[in-house]
Design a protein around this ligand. Sequence first.
Ligand code: V07
Length: 258
Amino acid sequence: MLNKIRLWKNQNNSSTLRDKIEKIKELPVPDHVAIIMDGNGRWAKKRALPRIAGHHEGMKVVRKTTMLANDLGIKNLTLYAFSTENWKRPKNEVEYIMKLPEEFLGTFLPELIENNVQVKMIGYKDQLPLHTLKAIEKAIEQTKNNNGLILNFALNYGSRAEIIDAVKKVLNDYQRGILKEEDLDEERFSSYLMTSSLPDPDLLIRTSGEIRLSNFMLWQLAYSEFWFTDVLWPDFDEEHFLKAIEAFQKRQRRFGGL
Ligand code: V07
């Protein structure tokens, strides 16, 4: 009897999830969702586990979120996995985090390929351990012709440094006569950023209760909708993601009504 109830409950839950997905797909979904995946350490602490256990659990949520974004027809998903500030963390934690791309891709790359997902990365590659970089570049290469969801990892990324580097490239192109002063506008400047191939995010999600940008996509988020939630990243499930998308669609409808 208990099993029957459990089965009924599960079927019930998963069918409402499918219904919700279908409902959301009737309205325009954001073209680009960016997520600051915060709260992994706090999730672990609450359970008296080492911080790395939170990062590992967070990695599983990356997979679920990617598959749901793909199902919803979202075209671009950027995930903030590691900031240029995160090197200040304990050495063993950083070493563990830098193994996560390999572990993730070792397990899920076939699934990403099956689902036509294209892997990309923004951030400073030169400071990454070679084993991390190699795994990511292999995934980028193997998925470069896929035309489904673009799964873009921000890794060793910092927005102010990105902007300074863009300005330096602008100055260089100006000096070489490739760029005229009158041709520099917002669109042209965007083409010097690491995100040049991506549209600006329509929706930013940050988990774990912090209400700040922490040097993430400062230029690109100028016109985006923001969704902050207290839910810790390892607890962020399909229902939470759908709630953020629903809120986005409601705001779009209000905006469209004006
Ligand atoms: C990382 C798990 C998610 C929560 C945030 C911190 C820890 C997946 C990746 C990844 C990166 C590149 C790639 C494939 C997967 C990852 C880092 C940290 C550095 F091509 N999760 N995850 N990378 N965490």
